[in-house]
Design a binder for this molecule. Sequence first.
Ligand code: ZN
Length: 276
Amino acid sequence: MTVIPSRAQEKINVVASFSILGDFANNVGGDRVNITTLVGPDSDVHVYTPAPTDAKKIADAKLVIINGLGLEGWLPRLVQSSGGKAATVTATNGIAPRKLGSDADPHAWQSVANARIYVANIRDALIAADQAGAPTYRANADTYLAKLDALDREVRDAVAQIPEPRRKVISSHDAFGYFAAAYGIAFIAPQGVSTESEPSARDIAAIITQIRRAKIPAVFLENISDPRLMRRISAETGARIGGTLVSDSLTAENGNAPTYIDMVRHNIRALTSALN
Ligand code: ZN
């Protein structure tokens, strides 16, 4: 058999603002893309301070993938200062934002149905940036979307096992609104949709009252947040610490959620074991 060597394929540089988008892009882009993630594992995308090297990464990129909905407030200035000519795709395009007062809730990825929209947007943006790769991007996206479909069913089956009155938890910041709306577990958080501001003493007192009144079984820590506040709430209310939820960032490769699919599975395992 004769092997015809293919011409070395030049990869296209893609920048993702944070790790969850990087994982989606990796699944769709495969070998054709070289992905750089700005906000790394276990780091907080709400309050990120760009490193001096980040502007260079954007300047070298053909495509920049962002979440939008106000998540990356630090990003527009960085893109501007990079002087790059990269196209930018907002991965939440087409998702109906959950509103909290005048703010949009940016955590749309916590619903797997929304993750499908992210992936479709990223696929289309990669095709626009690299048309020769269109068949690869379509095939990769189809494979990954099928996995997300199965994942969505897995979450629904898992939630169905939890007795209905126990489907309520406390998380550090309000990162699970889309998850709550999609799957029917109520989340209450002392901190708002961003981690930028600390909860007030009044917010915390209100949460403690609510936990007692509603007999909320468990409070959860988050991989991106300081655990002390939640430990205090747990001690004052007797609600047990149900574990750690992965909210806004994947973990490092050796952690329990290095990919989006791992993250959703980890969270649903933590929830079902604390609430059943
Ligand atoms: Zn968040």
